[in-house]
Structure formats: structure tokens, C-alpha cells
Design a binder for this molecule. Structure first.
Ligand code: PMP
Length: 428
């Protein structure tokens, strides 16, 4: 790890914490981060010549693996024609059509540059449309780092113990209500206490930012029912689940139609992209049609959109990959569970489709409360042990592992053997 350590020392002088996004610092697992040289397929190569089987997958986007020829097909021709115009291009229309076709609830789509922008903008539109100010989110769900959503958040905010960020004025979050994911009673209570005031509920239909948590279907159904009754918009944040759980995302799997949807990650094929959309009537609130303002110098950037378009086109024509991805995740889930049992360690595996988390926790983890009781020190040891065995996991307990089409049977076998060995070592 010598070169990585050297670079990290330099990095810390000029970049806060040495990284451009907090979880990358490996701080919560008590290590110095690896610096990446390149990646291909399921593998990441670091600057010290180590090779890892990668389950971060850029935190979700790389469903077809690293540096996929499918994703980059024709990209040089695009680049050679210019990288950004600040004018509309046809590929933006093509991707909007693809997205809208896959997500019928998204009759109209706006491209942005990140998941953060997608959720932030969707909320603004929802508030404009309903003429209400309050929004409701759930503890442990992460929707990016815009001010009004950095309340009892997940992902890095949970990992670093700052679920409610400093620098966000109290006034800004006064209208952010928070409830418990998977708890219908609490949801009803919040609505009863805020009659006619809630513009939108924003939710990760399958939370991935407190580790992967399976939703209770009744909870998602209650969300749809209550929001409809109350004239509140239901926003599905499918930045992770979109085009991952299924081609049509969590809304297809659970057969629930939200009013608005936020996407990111996979739809950019590894480049910075986000999108939000919804019913026509709602989306027509946005300028230049309506009076809700949202814009972006690089929004709908043709290179990023082309990479996303290639990805979505492939997924559309090869939907069998979703079952294959799930099968791979099941192989890991079962083997991890067997290993946990054989070793006799307090841990459990949560899996939804091709996403999973090993929680160092007692019993079932189906809520924020249970997830946050996990032994993060043990997770740190597990992470470090796995890294030494050539397996790259998310460097934090409250994140998910992502499978890609590039993961081979050999990769899975190697991962399972490492899991057994490392669990045995950390319990000693
Ligand atoms: N929503 C969800 C569900 C996410 O997982 C994330 C990022 N992990 C975001 C929003 C924010 O996306 P970005 O990091 O692209 O701003």
C-alpha cells in the first residue's frame, strides 16, 4: 500500500480528508484508502499493483462492470464532435424516451448532473405544484446532500455520525419531517399531525444507504394510499434501485406508481448524471413552461447521456441479466449465511435482488434502529480482512454491495472463501 499511502498524504494537504466524497476515505474502517489506477470488468487495480474483486461498482452505476465496451461504444465519435454545447441534442430526447418507456410514471423527464440535483429539484417542483412547504423523509434514507434533505440521513452521514449536517440552518429544515421506514403507524401519525401541509414524501423504496433494508410491501402500499388521500406527492428516489432491481426499478417490482421518480447512477453509465420525472401535469411546472426554476450548464451532457443511453439500451435488450444478477447475489447470500452459522458470529445478510449487506448485528435488520445497532468496529475488521484477500467491499457498514454482469463464478467463489476465512479470523 506504499504508493496509496504516499498519495493520500499529499491528498490530505489539498483536499479535505484527502477525498472528494467522505466514505472514500476508509476512515470508518480504520484504514488509509487505496488509490485506483484502473479498473476492468469486475476488477479494480490500485496504484500499488494489487487487484481486487470489486463490489462497490462506483456505488451502483456499473451494472455492466468497469470499462465496459457496451457502455463506451461510439463514445469517441461523440467526444470528437464536441463535449458540451449548452444547446439541445438528439441523444437527450432518445434517453428521455427510453426512461419514460421503462418508467411509465415518468411521463416527462429532466436530466441533471447527480442524484443530489435530482432529489433537490423534484422537491422544489413538488412544493411548487402542491403549494405546500413540508416534506417527509425517513430516517436512514439518503437523498444526496442538499440542505433540506440532510436530516437524519444515511450513507456517509450515518457512517461519520453526522446524520444532520452542520451548516444547514434550522429554518431550512423546519419543514423537513422525519419518520421511521417500514412503520405504518408512525406514518399515519405524521400525516394526522400535519393535515394538508405535506407537499411530498420522498423515499428510497429499497433503502441502500443504511445498508440494504427490505421494505415491507404493506409499508410501500400504505405510502401510496395515504399520499393519494392527502394530496401529497409520492417521490420514489430510485437513484440506486432504478434500472438495478429490474429494468423498471422498484416501482415495477412492487407495482406501485409514484408521482415523481429520481434516477442517477446507472443512467449515466459511470458518468455524472441524474434525472427526475413524473406526471406531465407536474413536470409542466418547470421553466420554461412553468414558474419552478431549475437549470444546468452541463445538464444532459451528450457524453454522459450517450454512456447512459448505451447502458439502458443494452439492459432493455437483455433483461435476462436481472435474474442472472440476482442468482449471483443469492449464491453469495447463502454462502455468507452458512459461513456465519459455521463460524458462530453475530451477523446477518440482507439481500434485495442484486444488492446485499452483511450486518454485524443480532437478528433481523429491518429498520434504521436495528441497522444502526450494528457493530461497526467488527465491520471494519471484516472489511480490512476481505481487502487483504483481494475483495473490495464498501468501506462502511451502512452501504450495499453491488453485483455486476462482469462478476464471474470464480469471483464469487473467491469471495465466499475469503468470507469464511475472514469471519473465522475476526472472531478469534
Ligand atoms: N439518492 C440515493 C438513493 C443515493 O443513493 C444517492 C447517492 N448514493 C443520492 C440520492 C445522491 O446521488 P449523488 O451522489 O449522485 O448526488
Amino acid at each position: 500500500m506504499n504508493r496509496s499511502i504516499e498519495i493520500f498524504e499529499e491528498a490530505q494537504k489539498v483536499i479535505p480528508g484527502g477525498v472528494n466524497s467522505p466514505v472514500r476515505a476508509f476512515k470508518s474502517v480504520g484504514m488509509s484508502p487505496i488509490f485506483v489506477q484502473r479498473a476492468k470488468g469486475s476488477k479494480v487495480f490500485d496504484v500499488d499493483g494489487n487487484v481486487y474483486v470489486d463490489y462497490i461498482g462506483s456505488w451502483g452505476p456499473l451494472i455492466l462492470g468497469h470499462a465496459s465496451d457496451i457502455v463506451s461504444e461510439g463514445i469517441m465519435a461523440f467526444i470528437n464532435n464536441g463535449t458540451s454545447y449548452g444547446l439541445p441534442t438528439e441523444i437527450e430526447v432518445d434517453i428521455a424516451k427510453l426512461i419514460s418507456e421503462a418508467y411509465p410514471s415518468m411521463e416527462m423527464v429532466r436530466m441533471v448532473n447527480s442524484g443530489t440535483e435530482a432529489t433537490m429539484s423534484a422537491l422544489r417542483v413538488a412544493r411548487g405544484y402542491t403549494n405546500r412547504n413540508k416534506i417527509l423523509k425517513f430516517e436512514g434514507c439518503y437523498h444526496g446532500h442538499s440542505d433540506s434533505l440532510l436530516v437524519k440521513s444515511g450513507s456517509g452521514t450515518l457512517t461519520y455520525g453526522i446524520p444532520t449536517s452542520a451548516g444547514v440552518p434550522q429554518k431550512v429544515v423546519e419543514d423537513t419531517l422525519v419518520s421511521e421506514f417500514n412503520n405504518i403507524e408512525k406514518l399515519e401519525e405524521v400525516f394526522n399531525n400535519n393535515k394538508g401541509e405535506i407537499a411530498a414524501v420522498i423515499v428510497e423504496p429499497v433503502p441502500g444507504n443504511m445498508g440494504v433494508i427490505a421494505p415491507k410491501v404493506e409499508f410501500l402500499e400504505a405510502l401510496r394510499r395515504i399520499t393519494k388521500e392527502e394530496g401529497t406527492l409520492l417521490i420514489f428516489d430510485e437513484v440506486i434501485t432504478g434500472f438495478r432491481m429490474a429494468y423498471g426499478g422498484a416501482q415495477e417490482v412492487y407495482n406501485i406508481e409514484p408521482d415523481m421518480t429520481c434516477l442517477g447512477k446507472i443512467i449515466g453509465g459511470g458518468l455524472p448524471v441524474g434525472a427526475y420525472g413524473g406526471k406531465k401535469e407536474i413536470m409542466e411546472m418547470i421553466a420554461p413552461l412553468g414558474n419552478v426554476y431549475q437549470a444546468g450548464t452541463l445538464s444532459g451532457n451528450p457524453i454522459a447521456v450517450k454512456m447512459g443511453y448505451n447502458t439502458l439500451t443494452y439492459l432493455k435488450e437483455n433483461k435476462e441479466i436481472y435474474q442472472q444478477l440476482e442468482d449471483k447475489a443469492i449464491v453469495l447470500e447463502k454462502a455468507f449465511q452458512e459461513n456465519i452459522k459455521a463460524v458462530g458470529i453475530n451477523a446477518t445478510v440482507n439481500r434485495v435482488k442484486s444488492m446485499l449487506t452483511v450486518f454485524f448485528s443480532d437478528g433481523i435488520v429491518d429498520s434504521y434502529e436495528k441497522a444502526s445497532q450494528s457493530d461497526t468496529t467488527l465491520y471494519g475488521k471484516y472489511f480490512k480482512g476481505m481487502l487483504e484477500e483481494g475483495i473490495l467491499l464498501p468501506p462502511a457498514q451502512f452501504e450495499g454491495m453491488f453485483l455486476s454482469t462482469a462478476h464471474s463464478d470464480d469471483d464469487l467463489e473467491k469471495t465466499i472463501l475469503a468470507n469464511k476465512k475472514v469471519l473465522e479470523n475476526i472472531i478469534r
